[in-house]
Design a binder for this molecule. Structure first.
Ligand code: UFG
Length: 326
């Protein structure tokens, strides 16, 4: 297929580009390079430096490249920043997605996979989280993704769009051949931060909160390998149905605490990783992990890299080889 990957120079988008190229698709990566890295984009993909909010320019690229389906990863994704600057999130994540949908509509493109998030569930009443649980996002970031889910449902009804909105848990790791990986600036995610401490680039890891109602007092998350995640996108793309939306949790189905992550990182890196206990970070729910059973039942998809040590090893390979990122 001719597939456009918007946000194709970002962490997850660049892995999707690589997977699609390797599976024989014609890939067009589009990214405004605000957060993405040109060097992350696979050489066999066409690349356009373009903002997805520019409907006419985007439609021209879709037409020129005969695009048949879109994967849309471009978004701002810092929960804390979204609280401080909500309009940035509603503009870039919601308004620009509408502009992108306009471009798809102008070109008659009816297939879309859109990155959603477990942040749309907010503070769930229980874990594991199933797709039918109430969505009550607690940050503008989560709201923005939830709003797009609503917009996509309505667009599917009105125009016959076929879409999937996978809801990601905590995405980690790097391409297994070590060619691309994670390079967020600023970095806020736990595993990269711990590995940067192991590299001596930071003094210590701050543990945000030690009084959560969990076994060791720290937050629990479901860490899913980026390669498993992008493979699931391809599975979803292959099962899209006109006028319908597919909503799936993408996680491993088991949670690890912040302390467990740090201790696995110590094992993998052999580094003495100093920690400091600091107050809770606003907006962090105590425990999030997926029930990934619906993906397994409907499509036979399950994360293959379920061993946390293997996930951390894959991230570590990237950080060791690219201590300064791209
Ligand atoms: N944490 C620390 N110290 C750090 C960084 C993180 O203790 O220096 C803790 C956080 O408090 C949290 C856990 O490690 O409990 C994981 O934090 P991340 O920032 O790595 O990931 P989040 O769970 O906050 O965020 C992820 C995605 C978001 C998404 C969110 C949904 O990165 O895009 O899940 O809850 F919105």
């Amino acid at each position: 297929m001719n597939i456009a990957v918007i946000g194709g120079a970002g962490f997850i988008g660049s892995h999707a580009v690589k997977l699609l190229v390797e599976r024989g698709h014609q890939v067009t990566a589009i990214d405004n390079l605000t957060n993405g890295h040109r060097a992350a984009v696979h050489r066999q993909a066409a690349f356009y430096a373009l903002d997805c909010g520019q409907t006419a320019a985007l439609a021209a690229v879709f037409q020129e490249r005969k695009i048949e389906a879109v994967m849309h990863f471009a978004a701002n994704a810092y929960v804390g920043e979204s609280v401080e600057d909500p309009r940035k999130y509603y503009r870039n994540n919601v308004a620009h997605t509408i502009s992108m949908l306009d471009a798809m509509h102008l070109c008659g493109i009816k297939k879309l996979v859109f990155s959603s998030t477990c942040a749309t569930y907010g503070q769930p009443d229980h874990v594991p989280i199933t797709e039918d649980m109430p969505q009550r996002p607690i940050s503008p970031y989560g709201q923005s993704k939830w709003m797009v889910e609503r917009i996509l449902r309505d667009t599917a009804q009105a125009e016959g769009l076929a879409f999937a909105a996978p809801r990601y848990f905590n995405v980690a790791g790097s391409a297994l051949d070590g060619t691309i990986g994670e390079d967020h600036r600023p970095e806020t995610h736990l595993i990269p931060i711990v590995l940067q401490v192991a590299l001596g680039q930071r003094k210590q890891v701050d543990i945000f909160g030690n009084d959560y109602p969990t076994a060791d007092g720290t937050c629990i998350r479901d860490y899913v390998h980026v390669w498993d995640l992008v493979e699931a996108h391809l599975v979803l793309l292959e099962h899209l149905k006109p006028g319908q939306g597919l909503f799936y949790n993408l996680g491993v189905g088991r949670g690890y605490s912040v302390r467990e992550i740090i201790s696995v990182c110590r094992r993998v890196t052999n580094a003495n990783i100093p920690t400091r206990e600091v107050p809770r970070r606003a907006g962090d729910p105590p425990e999030l992990f997926a029930d990934p059973g619906k993906m397994a039942r409907d499509f036979g998809w399950k994360a293959k890299i379920t061993d946390l040590e293997e996930i951390v090893r894959s991230a570590w390979r990237w950080f060791q080889a690219h201590p300064n990122g791209y």
